[in-house]
Design a protein around this ligand. Structure first.
Ligand SMILES: NC(=O)C1=CN([C@@H]2O[C@H](COP(=O)(O)OP(=O)(O)OC[C@H]3O[C@@H](n4cnc5c(N)ncnc54)[C@H](O)[C@@H]3O)[C@@H](O)[C@H]2O)C=CC1
Ligand SMILES: CC(=O)[C@H](N)C(=O)O
Length: 373
């Protein structure tokens, strides 16, 4: 009766533990006898226990978006090119395809995902597939499928195959009734977008699987991410990337948020650094499984002023998009990430001036608006 014993031990530990997980260290209970999904009898469990010195074998879902290619680059530097597999449902550009392993994977296809994990002996999974806030509102059924059903597939496969699982959450997991300045890790979360609802669901399901099945779930709430070599995928914070491209190409930028809309933001290198750090943190260091991370917070007006130090000719106008503005007005203005700083030593490198000068040195400011005049 080992399964029954495991179940009752898991349940009693679960009941004894604090529901919020704040400041309480709970020993995860690995209980492989109660797999969260009924697995076909012919399924093979090739998950291998890796010793500390072995590199993880990594799969990134939704890897062709704004963040995945950069994450793959960072992880390949650390763990070796062939230990990191990028996957997506889109066709990769040549430079991505030839830079390391790429595989087609639709996260709605449970069996295919399981086959990839088994055949490649995956040990770490970064689940990046998602529809972001603005595109999610434009196609709620698809956002619900990708962000919620897709997450269920990933959670079950990760639990069955003993994976360490990273799922990013977002400032969008908060809503108008959350404290906005600053927003702490634990507070009311009643977002009003399908994106936000799906991310709160992901946080709660991941933490539930951690306490119930011992899944090694780790989650960071990212601010709006700014990158030079990848395009954002349809979010509310996209303006803060677009302004750089428009400043260089035309010298004119039309912003779809009001000039005083304050949102937390972060340069991509900081975001990817935090992601790797939390995945490498010893489990004992993590007093929670979902952390806010923060770097800076600015308004479109403040960003434009900093950009104008590099491109003084830049003209900024405002044409507010009502959907995006309503979303932004319900999101945090400043993010409290003191728990991440305390538990696993999180520290950002880029504030607004460094972010802007780094973006321009990346994008090459020499082509800037000579043509526009
Ligand atoms: N970029 C940002 O500012 C922030 C991103 N995040 C989160 O980080 C993660 C990555 O974000 P981005 O790279 O910016 O997103 P993105 O929108 O640029 O890329 C998402 C990728 O998911 C893929 N995808 C869509 N449906 C799929 C399916 N059925 N199966 C497999 N892949 C599918 C898309 O093809 C796309 O390449 C997301 O979970 C997002 O919520 C969180 C906060 C901020
Ligand atoms: C902050 C995010 O999650 C994303 N960039 C969005 O704006 O939807």
């Amino acid at each position: 009766m080992p399964i029954v014993r495991n179940v009752s031990r898991a349940v009693s530990q679960l009941l004894q533990s604090s529901a919020c997980g704040c400041g309480v260290s709970i020993v995860p209970v690995r209980c492989i006898g109660i797999s969260p999904r009924q697995v076909a009898s012919d399924a093979s469990f090739h998950s291998v226990s890796f010793s500390e010195s072995d590199h993880p074998r990594v799969l990134i879902t939704g890897g062709l978006g704004q963040l995945g290619v950069g994450l793959a680059k960072l992880l390949r530097k650390r763990f070796g090119k062939n230990n990191v597999i990028l996957s997506d449902i889109r066709k990769p550009a040549d430079h991505v395809f030839y830079s390391g392993p790429f595989i087609y994977s639709d996260i709605l296809d449970y069996k295919n995902l399981r086959e990839i994990v088994v055949n490649n002996r995956i040990t770490w999974l970064f689940h990046y597939s998602a529809l972001l806030s603005a595109v999610g509102e434009a196609n709620v059924p698809l956002a619900r499928a990708v962000n919620i059903t897709g997450l269920h597939n990933v959670l079950d496969i990760a639990a069955e195959h003993n994976l360490r699982l990273f799922v990013p959450s977002t400032i969008g997991a908060f809503g108008p009734t959350s404290p906005r300045d600053p927003t702490p890790d634990l507070c009311i979360q009643r977002p009003r977008t399908i994106y936000g609802v799906s991310k709160v669901h992901a946080e709660l399901m991941g933490e539930y699987y951690h306490y119930r099945y011992g899944l090694d779930f780790r989650c960071l709430r990212y601010p709006g991410i700014i990158s030079a070599d990848s395009q954002p995928g349809g979010g509310t914070t996209d303006y803060a990337v677009q302004i750089f491209h428009d400043a260089i190409k035309t010298g004119k930028f039309e912003c779809n948020l009001k000039p005083d809309t304050r949102l937390p933001m972060m340069y991509i290198d900081d975001c990817l650094k935090a992601t790797l750090e939390v995945m490498e943190a010893p489990a004992e260091a993590l007093s929670m499984r979902t952390y806010n991370i923060s770097a800076m917070s600015f308004t479109p007006e403040e960003l434009a002023q900093e950009v104008q130090k590099h491109v003084p000719e830049l003209q900024v106008t405002y044409n507010v998009d009502a959907v995006r503005q309503a979303i932004a007005d319900s999101w945090p203005m400043n993010f409290d990430d003191s728990n991440a700083r305390r538990d696993w030593g999180w520290k950002h490198d880029y504030d607004l001036p460094e972010l802007v000068s780094t973006m321009f040195s990346f994008l090459g400011s020499d082509s800037r608006i000579a043509q526009a005049n």
